[in-house]
Each structure stands twice: as C-alpha cells, then as structure tokens.
Write a protein that binds this ligand. Structure first.
Ligand SMILES: C[S@@+](CC[C@H](N)C(=O)[O-])C[C@H]1O[C@@H](n2cnc3c(N)ncnc32)[C@H](O)[C@@H]1O
Length: 198
C-alpha cells in the first residue's frame, strides 16, 4: 500500500467507486479525526489497512467480514501494516454480528463505513445511528452501480438494497447526507456520505 500514485487511473480509482478506495478513507479518517471506526463488510484488507493507518496505534477499527476466508485475507493484508494492532476482525453475517459490536469504553464510533453492498444496507445505517453519535460520519460504497441504481424494477439485491438505503439517507431526520458519482477503471459508480445529527 503506497501513497505514490502511478498515474491518473490509480488516482481516480482510489475512491469508493473504484477498486482502491483506501486513500480516500484514510483522508476522511484524518479529516474527522476519527479514533474509532466501524467497517461493515470487508473482503480483504484494502480499506482496513488505510483505516488503521488513519486512526493510529491508539485508535480502533472494528471490521466485519462474512467468513473466515475473508478474515484471513484481511489479516494477511494487515501483516506489517501501520497500526495493524488497532484492528479487530469480527466474522459472521453483519446483521448478526452487529448485535455484539461494542466500543471498548462505551464511546461511540466516529466513522462508520457501510460497504457490505448487499440487501441489508439500510439496516447497517440504522446500526450506525445506534453505535454512533451526533457528529459521526457514515460512508457508503458503490451506490451508483453504473447507473443501475435508477432502475426501480431491478431485482438485483445490491441495487434494491442501495435504493432502500438512499431513500433512508434522503429522509431520516437524524441523517444529513449527499451522494457523489465517481469514474475509474471499474467504471461508473459512487459513494454517499452522511452526518449523524441530533
Ligand atoms: C465492496 S466489498 C468491501 C470492500 C471492502 N471495504 C474492502 O475494501 O475490502 C463488499 C464485501 O462485503 C462483504 N459482505 C457482504 N455481505 C456481508 C455481510 N452480510 N456481512 C459481512 N460482510 C459482508 C463481502 O465480503 C463483500 O465482498
């Protein structure tokens, strides 16, 4: 994982709409001075490594993965990574494991990354409200999906889940949110950011 960009494509890809995503998350973590981060959905450590680097060795990153294979991939990517000791990996379907997630000293999470990209995204955002506080930042990946998100007749669970969560972001009284579109080698996509308010 490097800070050195090899070119325009790498630079554009390093958002939640592209395959990189890490540097954007690292910047956001530092911008909001997040010390406690919850990552909902990781396949490997590409985001986790950058989140750990962002919170520093005294911070905490709780990463939810669906199975032991993905847990191994996250662990492997974390080997030798900066502040890897800050990361706790929790294995199992996020809708289940979220019930057991606690902050270590009962402090709320400062930043929640919703990136499982399945049909349960709205539930994950509801959990971000439970485990966060006014001022917590919530980020959601892959919310444009090549424009498919505009297809209200889609049967794709990811599209349906995304439409549901965008409707929640647009209407929830405790969320102030915006969505942004991105372009990169993975195509046209985007991410959403939300601020938890009183
Ligand atoms: C877009 S990727 C996550 C990218 C991740 N932030 C990273 O950089 O590795 C979505 C991943 O979330 C995980 N996921 C999907 N549904 C999940 C669930 N219900 N519980 C936990 N993880 C889930 C899957 O491993 C899936 O590959």
């Amino acid at each position: 994982m490097t800070d050195n960009w090899a070119g325009v494509e790498e630079f554009l890809d390093d958002t939640l709409g592209g395959p990189g995503s890490g540097k954007f998350l690292n910047l956001l973590t530092r911008m909001v001075d997040a010390k406690r981060v919850l990552e909902i959905g990781a396949q490997d450590g590409r985001s986790t490594v950058w989140l750990a680097r962002g919170v520093g060795p005294s911070g905490r990153v709780v990463t939810l993965v669906s199975n032991t294979e993905h847990a191994s991939m996250v662990r492997s990517d974390l080997e030798g990574a900066e502040s890897a000791e800050a990361v706790e990996i929790v294995v199992g379907p996020a809708v289940t494991t979220l019930h057991s997630v606690r902050t270590d000293d009962d402090s709320s999470f400062d930043l929640v990354l919703v990136d499982a990209v399945d049909e349960n995204s709205a539930q994950y955002v509801e959990w971000a409200l439970v485990l966060g506080r006014p001022g917590t930042v919530v980020v959601l990946g892959n919310v444009v999906r090549g424009g498919e998100v505009l297809d209200e007749s889609s049967s794709d669970p990811a599209v349906r889940g995304t439409r549901e969560v965008l409707a929640l972001l647009a209407s929830h009284p405790r969320l102030d949110a915006a969505a942004l579109q991105t372009v990169g080698t993975a195509g046209w996509d985007g991410f959403a950011v939300a601020l938890v308010v009183e």
